[in-house]
Design a protein around this ligand. Structure first.
Ligand code: P61
Length: 460
């Protein structure tokens, strides 16, 4: 087998953050205190943290310099105009409404468009968009192409929405009940897979036909654009910026968590052209987030986001970022560890039900794997499976599980080196050898929305 080449970091390190080690005994006690929930662990007690790529980026020297130019005026800070310019140049919409993060953008948008009984289709809704729709009494519907759920289907654009199904769905339910259609780029809950321009264009044509607005959940738009440049016919010579502009040209607007592809630790926005919608969104924003030129952020945060949006489109950066994911994925795949294929833009996803075939879905194999990975090696990952997406339905309140039982190893942007990734791969290879010792869990306490954040579990 050819050797996997470690990707060379396209940056130098000029400020460091120490990593402290812990003992297995200490980690065992911490897990018990946290109710076997890795969200309850002190981050200082984590050696390599792959819980999320959200808000965990290392900012550049230019972003840090921008922070010092923060204008903290209540209204009309210059940094808001910088952000507005950056978003308009990439996304192309006139209204730019900052929010403190992505889910706040979802809340003010859905709060202005969605009502009880409505239906909102997407390829696959991420859990916060789903929750923000359900909390309004509407239904979030996933219409991704069926192969998206096949972890072995090696497709170039596995995040594509099934446009034929969307059409049938609109015909069956009536366009009146559908206030908007969304597409998540890249498709986080389905393995971080990209969506093609062809698919965005076709979705937008169907939406236009039925006069339904089409929005992108754009958290990872730059990674999606990079995959299009690499994989879609006719785009190899375009810049990633041009591809991103074309992506947004098919949409009526977008929600954005700046904590991903704007390379910041906090921030988000919603952007679109509709003036009537802008009035509603800003009214909701003022009650909950703040005045429309800061939306829950400091001037310095707005500046960091404006600069980060452009850095995220740098092709050398994107080349390295996707290579890091493929490197970790390749190390695991070659060792026979079950992984979701192809590798996505921001994370490697383990197939927990195949990793731990002796643990039934009702005992949450994905969760068990995150517990074991922390206990044995101090590495934190996140379950995207039965605890995150399980639903109790019907009279007997029987729990129904999502099609995929995944554990995500999300790679923070510009934070870890190839040798950190090698450590993670070695740990998982050893865990895989001793997998029969890993036990399932049961939930002992949970909340009605996004239960995985606070649930307490015990081992069976
Ligand atoms: C993540 F465990 N993602 O992937 P906000 N859309 C999409 C996201 O990926 C996303 C948001 C909207 C996170 C953070 C996270 O249960 C969890 O800025 C495609 O986080 O509000 C966030 O953006 C929301 C982790 C979110 C979770 C919810 O790790």
């Amino acid at each position: 087998m050819a050797e996997l080449k470690a990707p060379v970091e396209p940056y130098r390190i000029k400020a460091i953050e120490p990593i402290r080690s812990t003992t297995r005994k200490e980690r065992e006690a911490l897990l018990r205190q946290a109710g076997f929930n890795v969200f309850g662990l002190p981050a200082e007690k984590v050696m390599i943290d792959l819980l999320t790529d959200s808000g965990t980026s290392a900012m550049s020297d230019d972003q840090w310099a921008g922070i010092m130019t923060g204008d903290e005026s209540y209204a009309g800070a210059k940094n808001f105009y910088h952000l507005e310019d950056a978003v308009r140049a990439i996304f192309g919409f006139t209204h730019v409404v900052p929010t403190h993060q992505g889910r706040a953008a979802e809340r003010v948008l859905f709060g202005s468009m969605v009502k009880k009984g409505d239906l909102v289709p997407s390829n696959i809704h991420f859990d916060t968009t789903r929750a923000n729709i359900e909390v309004l009494g509407a239904e979030a519907v996933d219409l991704v192409r069926p192969a998206a759920y096949d972890p072995d289907a090696d497709l170039l654009f596995k995040g594509d929405l099934d446009v034929a199904r969307l059409k049938k769905f609109i015909e069956a339910k009536g366009a009146k009940r559908i206030p908007l259609v969304m597409t998540t780029v890249t498709n986080n809950s389905g393995g971080g897979q990209p969506v093609s321009l062809k698919n965005l264009k076709e979705t937008s044509q169907v939406c236009a036909h039925y006069e339904i607005p089409f929005f992108l959940d754009a958290c990872r738009f730059a990674e999606n654009a990079f995959f299009i440049k690499r994989r879609e016919n006719g785009y190899a010579r375009k810049s990633v910026l041009e591809v991103a502009q074309e992506m947004f040209s098919y949409a009526d607007g977008a929600t954005m968590s700046g904590k991903k592809d704007a390379l910041v630790n906090i921030g988000g926005f919603v952007t679109f052209d509709d003036d009537g919608l802008a009035e509603k969104v800003k009214n909701l924003l003022i009650i909950s987030e703040g005045f429309p030129t800061y939306g829950g952020l400091a001037g310095r945060d707005l500046e960091a986001m404006a600069r980060g949006l452009n850095e995220a489109l740098d092709e050398e950066y994107l080349e390295h970022r996707t290579a890091q994911v493929a490197y970790l994925g390749g190390l695991l795949d070659r060792a026979g560890i079950p992984v979701f294929k192809p590798f996505g833009g921001h994370a490697v996803y383990l197939l927990a039900d195949r990793f731990l075939p002796h643990i039934p879905r009702a005992q949450y194999p994905g969760w068990a794997l995150t517990v074991a990975l922390y206990r044995e090696f101090g590495i934190r990952a996140v379950e995207i499976g039965g605890v995150m997406f399980g639903r109790k339905t019907g009279k007997g309140k029987k729990e129904v599980y999502p099609e995929l039982e995944l554990v995500r190893l999300a790679i923070p942007r510009r934070v870890y080196t190839a040798s950190h990734l090698q450590v993670v791969a070695d740990a998982l290879i050893e865990l895989f050898r001793n997998r029969d010792k890993i036990r399932g869990l049961r939930i002992v306490r949970e909340s009605p929305f996004l239960r995985h954040f606070t649930a307490r579990l015990e081992e069976i």
